[in-house]
Design a binder for this molecule. Structure first.
Ligand SMILES: Cc1cc2nc3c(=O)[nH]c(=O)nc-3n(C[C@H](O)[C@H](O)[C@H](O)COP(=O)(O)O)c2cc1C
Length: 210
């Protein structure tokens, strides 16, 4: 089974980001790829506390276990690719999305880059300013985690719920992203990576034992 997971960082569950996500996922589903969306925005999500336990425990989990982040990490590890979606909030991703990026990112680093070789892309809903920077925040998560990004993220312009549906260019690009992701996850699924050893940098991040 080939699977792509979407994570919606917008607190507006059926808002503009959701429209872009659904548009991308529909293209994947047309290619018989299984999709799932996790609604992260609007939920209580802790930020990273820099406890570094993920580097010590090496159990592919964050020690903060009372919110959705560990579910996201587990499903991200199982998926062939993922799509992060966020509206622009003060020129960047929402705080829920940033918390996921920091915590999932450190869990990945502490456990030997668990997302390595997967496909990632992003969807951004914007009223006017900050779309590129918001997209970059999510794309850098993918690149820092040794993932593969098939082209530019999609950006949909709109303010009120549903506006993005009128942005023809944004919707067309969302479809294109879905098609590119579908093609790439299918190819990569045939060629899984062999299990990798953690990079040296990960070892250096471990707390020194006294
Ligand atoms: C707290 C907050 C901050 C925002 N900051 C920006 C901004 O910096 N630039 C911008 O163009 N739009 C900004 N917006 C508007 C949203 O990005 C826009 O309405 C978007 O379509 C919302 O997507 P959603 O329906 O998925 O939540 C902001 C909205 C909120 C609630």
């Amino acid at each position: 089974m080939i699977k792509v997971l979407a994570i919606n960082g917008s607190p507006r569950k059926d808002g503009n980001t959701a429209i872009l996500i659904r548009t991308v996922l529909k293209e994947l589903e047309n290619e018989s790829i299984v999709t799932e969306t996790i609604q992260l925005g609007g939920k209580k999500i802790h930020g990273c506390t820099a406890c570094m336990k993920c580097f010590e425990n090496r159990d592919r989990k964050c020690v903060i276990d009372d919110d959705l982040v560990n579910t996201c990490i587990e499903k991200m590890s199982e998926a062939d690719g993922f799509l992060f979606g966020s509206p622009v909030y003060f020129l960047d991703v929402t705080s829920e999305m940033k918390a996921l990026i920091d915590r999932a990112g450190f869990v990945s680093y502490g456990n030997g880059h668990i997302f390595s070789g997967k496909v990632g892309n992003a969807a951004v809903a914007v009223r006017r300013a900050g779309a590129s920077r918001t997209a970059d925040t999510m794309l850098h998560f993918f690149l820092a985690n040794d993932m593969i990004v098939p082209g530019l993220p999609c950006i949909g312009v709109g303010r009120d719920i549903g506006d993005v549906g009128q942005d023809e260019e944004g919707i067309a690009h969302a479809k294109k992203i879905g098609q590119n992701m579908a093609r790439l996850v299918k190819i990569l699924h045939q060629h899984p990576l062999s299990k990798q050893e953690p990079a040296n940098a990960d070892e250096r991040m471990k707390k020194k034992k006294k």
